[in-house]
Design a protein. Structure first.
Lengths: 193, 361
């Protein structure tokens, strides 16, 4: 929906693949996929993309007029900006903590389970703040010269929904956190299968 | 990269937790909070024996000579157990002496605030909600203080009060002893039943100066990190209680923890809390080792963790249903502690405004 094709469908019809191309062993496909997913989630769960977008929003807030003053001087924008800075720092330091746990060979447990959900929610909040810094001009799209930063950060806002879904949607993450992290029962429908 | 606790710190944290689990069950918390002073000398002397009251105090004054991060681990345990008593104020008085006191003053007071023979506290805020040392109105002239301090932890109990005030050099701190002329302290009706807050009036009250504006700021930063750690401990306890209850309580033929609405609400809490841990760790570490970042990170940690505590109070009470709103059930001990943590040293909005200024925004 952003106008770029970052996700796609792949159609396979009678494709022949040599047996040597099998990733992992036969019958272990799910484990392999899970391992790939874990890495995808870890990547999305990192703080670096959010930091880049946040710094962009900050630059925009320091150079865009909103309700008669520079956006960053608006008390509400300013307050939200710091709130998200705190969460972003938490996310960055959480990454340091995870790295340290890995280096020490410790199980990450809950620390590993939450990072994707935390990061993607934060990404959405940062994107939404970008929209509020633009104010009414958030109606203008990426590439429109009359929009602050030519509407570039609108894409970040829209894209934040993409990563909220990619790698296991937020509600899947909540199930995983609840079941594996907090020891709550599996969903009834899932456990009947 | 080494962003984790040392073996010694893990041992310290676990030892304090174990002690408080055994010595400070909520039955005891309730006895203390119903008492006249909100202080339990026996529990306090247990904490003294364990070394909790001397963690940040240099070894030459009877302490362990550790850092704020170590002290913050104790604050986490105190918060987790809703431990009543003057831990926070006493620790801040010690930090004030370490940061601003001269050798004689340190030698006179630090050993006493460590061995439990005297209790200290720290008074910064004022009745108009001002916590900015540059804007407070209490005045010091020729060693005599006049003004009113608000939200002073155990101000009526404390033997030694570190008072933030102004003199001709700007903001600073003064040490005032209980019983000094013109000193009048009175406990408020507070929300947190486990920790007392007092108003402290000073009228030409004699005090000894210990440090200027930099030292006051340091004590406030330390207080923010400790409050954030306390909030984290409380959040962790509330989450454990809510998750535990959701595995016991049955409704519509199954445990409520099997309902996805409940699972997701709990998962959201766990998700909010886990990274916030690293923020107060960092704030405490910055206080110890990266002083240029200390004030900013302390403000971030205080605002985020106390906001999180409010959110936990709300959601875990809701998750418990009716019982969560009763006097008999313990959850409100933490609900009320959250209200102490949010107000003490200034609320989250204050600290966010300050962090924005500090960042040069």
């Amino acid at each position: 929906m952003t106008g770029t094709a970052d996700f796609n469908e792949v159609f396979l019809e009678g494709v022949r693949v040599p047996i040597t191309n099998t990733v992992g062993k036969r019958g272990q496909g799910w484990q392999v996929s899970r391992s790939t997913l874990k890495h995808e989630r870890a990547l999305i769960g990192g703080a670096s993309i959010n930091r880049r977008v946040f710094d962009g929003v900050l630059m925009m807030a320091m150079s865009t007029q909103l309700r008669g003053q520079t956006a960053i001087k608006d008390p509400i924008i300013r307050d939200r900006m710091v709130d998200l800075e705190a969460k972003l720092r938490a996310s960055e330091y959480h990454g340091y903590r995870q790295l340290t746990m890995s280096a020490r060979g410790e199980e990450q447990g809950m620390a590993g389970l939450v990072s994707k959900l935390y990061s993607t929610q934060l990404g959405y909040d940062i994107g939404m703040l970008a929209m509020d810094v633009m104010g009414d001009r958030s109606a203008l799209g990426n590439g429109e010269p009359d929009a602050p930063f030519a509407g570039m950060l609108v894409t970040a806002y829209m894209w934040s929904l993409g990563v909220l879904i990619a790698g296991g949607a937020a509600n899947i993450q909540r199930n995983i956190i609840a079941e594996r992290g907090l020891g709550l029962p599996r969903d009834a429908a899932a456990s009947r299968r | 990269m080494n962003f984790g606790l040392s073996q010694d710190q893990i041992l310290l944290r676990d030892t304090i937790h174990r002690f408080l689990d055994e010595q400070c069950p909520t039955t005891r918390v309730r006895q203390v909070m119903d008492g006249p002073s909100g202080h339990d000398p026996e529990l306090w002397s247990g904490l003294v024996d364990l070394g909790v009251t001397g963690l940040y105090v240099p070894a030459e004054h009877g302490g362990a000579g550790l850092e704020l991060l170590d002290l913050a681990l104790a604050a986490e345990g105190i918060g987790y157990n809703a431990t009543p008593g003057p831990f926070l104020g006493n620790a801040l008085a010690q930090i004030a002496l370490v940061e601003g006191g001269d050798a004689a003053l340190q030698a006179q007071w630090l050993p006493k605030l460590t061995d439990g023979s005297r209790i200290g506290t720290f008074a910064l805020g004022e009745p108009d909600g001002q916590w900015d040392p540059a804007k407070i109105t209490t005045r010091a002239e020729a060693g005599k203080l006049t003004g009113t301090k608000a939200l002073v932890p155990y101000g009526a109990l404390a033997d030694v009060l570190i008072i933030a005030a102004h003199d001709h050099d700007g903001p600073g701190m003064w040490l005032v002893e209980k019983g000094a002329a013109g000193l009048a302290s009175k406990d408020y009706v507070g929300n947190d039943l486990t920790r007392r807050l007092s108003s402290v009036k000073l009228d030409e009250t004699p005090g000894v100066k210990l440090g200027g504006v930099k030292a006051v700021g340091r004590v406030r930063d330390a207080g923010c990190a400790l409050t954030a750690a306390d909030a984290y401990g409380g959040c962790r306890r509330m989450l454990e209680m809510a998750a535990g209850y959701s595995k016991q309580r049955e409704q519509f033929g199954q445990m409520i923890g099997a309902f996805q609405a409940v699972k997701h609400q709990l998962a959201n809490l766990a998700c909010e809390l886990e990274p916030a841990l690293s923020l107060w760790w960092y704030a405490a570490h910055a206080f110890d080792r990266i002083q240029g970042e200390s004030a900013h990170r302390a403000a971030l940690a205080k605002s985020l963790l106390t906001d999180t505590y409010d959110r936990f109070a709300r959601d875990t009470t809701e998750l418990h249903g009716g019982i969560g709103f009763t006097w008999e059930f313990d959850l409100h001990l933490w609900f009320r502690r959250a209200m102490f943590d949010r107000g003490f040293l200034g609320d989250a909005t204050d600290h966010r405004a300050r962090a924005a200024d500090l960042a040069g925004w």
